[in-house]
Write a protein that binds this ligand. Sequence first.
Ligand code: ATP
Ligand code: MG
Length: 223
Amino acid sequence: MRLIFLGPPGVGKGTQAANVSLKENISHISSGDLLRTAVDAKTEIGLKAKEYIEKGLLVPDELVVKIVVEKITSAECEKGFILDGFPRNLSQAKSLDNTLNESGKRIDKVFYFTASEDVIIKRIAGRRICKSCGAQYHEMYSPPVNDNVCDKCGSELYQRKDDNPETTSVRSKVYKEQTEELIDYYKRNGELIEVNCNGEKSEIQQNICEGLHSMSEDEKGME
Ligand code: ATP
Ligand code: MG
């Protein structure tokens, strides 16, 4: 099963992807996490990507495509994957299509997550992440048991540098200008399933689950 999770920054793609990845036993590939790991490790790509991330701009396609394609063509993605944060523009979507075509594969479903601006701003402002395992928390909505300590591995939590109000508003603008057109692209080229993320985590999970197991128009035709 090969899935794309599409939607504005802060809508909750990462949280939902982690969950589906566990349940369905497929890899969770977050382009943002891959880039942040590269930045921390000071790799060639990381050094180049850093300034873009801190400004809230898209990292140049050739860098992101390289890092993501390496992952999806690796053995750990053989059973399938969830792409979270990639593709983010048409050129990336086409690179992805080409890569998959080369091995006769395709994207099965695209989940498009939506939420009101209000909800998104609150989610980003309160987001805290584990330094070591990457688990995500929220100050108010899903706090850890002990203040600032990860429930899963005991490491310290931090706030992403780009989760401040100024950079968040740039990220939101970039999303509207460059990423939003992918909604139409995937409507035309595949199956797009819209999931409203204003509600509770459990309700959202239930909606994704239904979307995952619903039959596509093609499959219905084959019955
Ligand atoms: P959220 O994690 O809340 O969904 P987000 O989507 O803005 O928010 P990430 O996906 O973690 O956050 O991305 C953080 C930054 O990493 C982006 O602002 C951008 O600079 C860079 N980045 C991540 N994925 C891509 C991509 N596919 N193309 C270009 N830049 C990317
Ligand atoms: Mg994310």
